[in-house]
Ligand binder design. Sequence first.
Ligand SMILES: Cc1cc2nc3c(=O)[nH]c(=O)nc-3n(C[C@H](O)[C@H](O)[C@H](O)COP(=O)(O)OP(=O)(O)OC[C@H]3O[C@@H](n4cnc5c(N)ncnc54)[C@H](O)[C@@H]3O)c2cc1C
Length: 546
Amino acid sequence: MPLLVANIPWTGPEADPTDALQRRLGLSPATSLQFELVKRSVDGRRRPPLWLANYRVDLDDPALEARILRKPPHGVRAYGSRDHERFDKVDPAAPSRPRWPAGVRPIVVGAGPAGLFAALRLGEAGAPAILIERGGPVEERHHAVRKYWRHAELDADTNVVFGEGGAGAFSDGKIYTRRRDGELGWIFRRLVDFGADPTILEEGWAHLGTDRIRAILPQLRARIIELGVEVRFHAALQSLLVEGGRCVGVRLSTGEELRGGPVIVATGHSARDVWEAMLAAGASAEQRPIHIGARIEHPQQVIDQARYGSPRGELPPASYRLTSHPRPRLGGGDAARAAHTFCMCPGGTVVGASNHPGRVVVNGMSYSKRAAWWANSAVIVEVHPGDYPGTDPLAGARYQDEIERRAFAAGGGDFKAPGQRVSDLLAGKGSVDVPRNSYTLGVTPADLREVLPAPLINGLIEAIRHFDRQIPGFAGPEGLLIAPETRTTAPLRFDRDERLESPSLPGLMPVGEGAGYAGGIVSAALDGDRAARSIIDRLSALAAPA
Ligand SMILES: Cc1cc2nc3c(=O)[nH]c(=O)nc-3n(C[C@H](O)[C@H](O)[C@H](O)COP(=O)(O)OP(=O)(O)OC[C@H]3O[C@@H](n4cnc5c(N)ncnc54)[C@H](O)[C@@H]3O)c2cc1C
């Protein structure tokens, strides 16, 4: 049986780890072995920090392997079946390819990660599916986003969150999951097939970067079309067609009707008009807590110094993930709300991410090299449904929208964002100037108390004080808050049954982040895949002999 040998110092792709593996296994230099790198990550707790790698090791002598496993050295164990699935690049069994009866034509709405991977899975199963997307293809999107970031000209349908690739396209492309087995492995391997760097299969903290995502999407699209799926851009769902209490298709904003089903709606957390259309058609949903706050930006070297204890040298730009759970105040009084950092972008930039005129929304992104001078992250505070201005499912979206409008006003128009020095926020005063920053649309010195409700400001202040103890300099004079970060996830969740269908509107499958079932590129892709497999499995079961 092969061995898994963990945490061997990694010094680069050219270096040969044979000596280190032999030493760890207690073998003489003459013992021959084969190895394969299966995972690598930085251990930032060491001083200086170190790249560490895990290897699959095969010895020529099975008796020797068995002897090592009887009393394995530290960090050595048998390479089990889960490791095989996780690291050996084997796909789980594909669902069987059913025959698609004439009336069954799945409609996938939205070409974000959820919709794209649903369409890919359906295509691989031979489905005569159609994928509709309100925005343009990624090549066109690139120009539209540049116009917005450089000249504040927003296209409401093709922008940072809408268009091929969805909200994930102009992102950091973090795909941080510890696992690479099962369906997750299928997604990662498809990304590599379409052009992602193969190191994402072994990197614990893998990320793609906006430039790489832009190159992957056309290849993914070409494959989906090659599999027989019709792909239509600039085709926006306006309403759902309902007959006899069942969703039987969609009406586009042009008035054209597309009949078919099931209808997978994967339109993300910014398509508030689609939520309205789904609710109007009879899909049930409930409110959901969210988190809202601001992006915090520092020079990357502040984070490197705090994390690595020295300039980073050859190591990747340092990152962090922090949480704050304040205790109730002594002598009574409510505790400040819990907060955490989210979507940290080392070597990245803060970007405008609105799709609505008159609203400011910020987010973070990076390119594959993560070479920007700055580091940014959202610092977000919990928001409860009790904060929302109503009990209906859309009340959370109205809460977000109000903050985004106030931010637009405080920024002074043209999508300039309000910003405040961290030190000013802690001192309880508005800023009169802001440090150099990465937000291309412009940051207006402001007092964020005019933008964010008081409980969120209090939560931010408590959290930043707490984080400064872990990252010295976090609350320092170079720190800048740019607001607001409102679109961290959907403030509502559509009900689904075990088939992922709406119980109140059969034929509709609410999927991905906008439906309340995902929070990131990979989890959205996974949810899209699950929806597609549910359709395929149901059809296969119908066709199976009794
Ligand atoms: C700037 C930024 C950075 C991010 N960074 C990361 C990151 O590093 N890692 C990570 O995991 N996640 C990141 N995210 C979050 C991630 O992008 C989302 O979680 C993910 O894209 C959600 O996938 P989805 O398919 O559910 O929805 P979306 O990606 O939002 O896709 C929805 C799609 O539906 C389309 N659509 C909307 N309305 C209609 C309609 N009426 N008709 C037809 N089509 C419609 C949209 O145009 C869009 O293409 C980031 C998001 C942003 C905005």
